[in-house]
Each structure stands twice: as C-alpha cells, then as structure tokens.
Design a protein. Structure first.
Length: 118
C-alpha cells in the first residue's frame, strides 16, 4: 500500500553532517504525519522528529533539537532529515515513518544506517 525508501546514510566523522531522504509511493492520505525514528544497537527504537502533512508542525526529540531539521518536498513525495553536528551517540539505523491521521497503522521504511566515528 505504502512504500517508504530511505537513503543517505553512511559513515561520517563526529561533527559532520548528513542528509537522509525518504521517498514515499503508493497509497496517498489526505492527513498524516511523517517522521524519523532510530534504533541504536541494543536499544529500542526511539522517536527523532516528525512533521504534519502540511509541514506546519514539527516536533523533535530533546536529544536532536537544534542539530536535526526535518523538511519535505510534497511535489516529490520526499521527506528529508538534515543532520548536523553529528555525535557518536547518533549512530543508529534511521527509519522513515508515515502515520495516517486516525489510523492505527504505521508504515515503515527499511532503514538506513548512520555511523558516526571519532
């Protein structure tokens, strides 16, 4: 129904930057939120950032606020996560998420690995 494909991960030194992309295709929704989650080795998946379908509302976890920026290009059905001032603790698999308003169903991408080295 919905396909989410992440890209842009990689190996980067601490203090560097990356831009992750999430391309969406398939079924469309009139109201939804899209966001990013991450899962570090041995830890549970955690919320990173999300925005409403029209981009008017964005939320960030405290650990990334001020360093990560979520954005979207609806014409391209693509969401981005600009990651600056990377820290070792940002190492994780980053997952794209789409959550239709009023629906119990979450859609997930396959994830993209971000590894930060010292």
């Amino acid at each position: 129904q919905v396909q989410l494909v992440e890209s842009g991960g990689g190996l980067v030194q601490a203090g560097g930057s990356l831009r992750l992309s999430c391309a969406a295709s398939g079924r469309t929704f009139s109201r939804y939120s899209m966001g990013w989650y991450r899962q570090a080795p041995g830890k549970e998946r955690e919320f990173v950032a999300a925005s409403a379908w029209d981009g008017t509302i964005s939320n960030y976890s405290d650990s990334v606020k001020g360093r990560f920026t979520i954005s979207r290009d609806n014409a391209k059905n693509t969401m981005y996560l600009q990651i600056d001032s990377l820290k070792l603790e940002d190492t994780a698999i980053y997952y794209c998420n789409l959550r239709p308003m009023g629906s119990p169903i979450d859609y997930w991408g396959q994830g993209t690995q971000v590894t930060v080295s010292s």
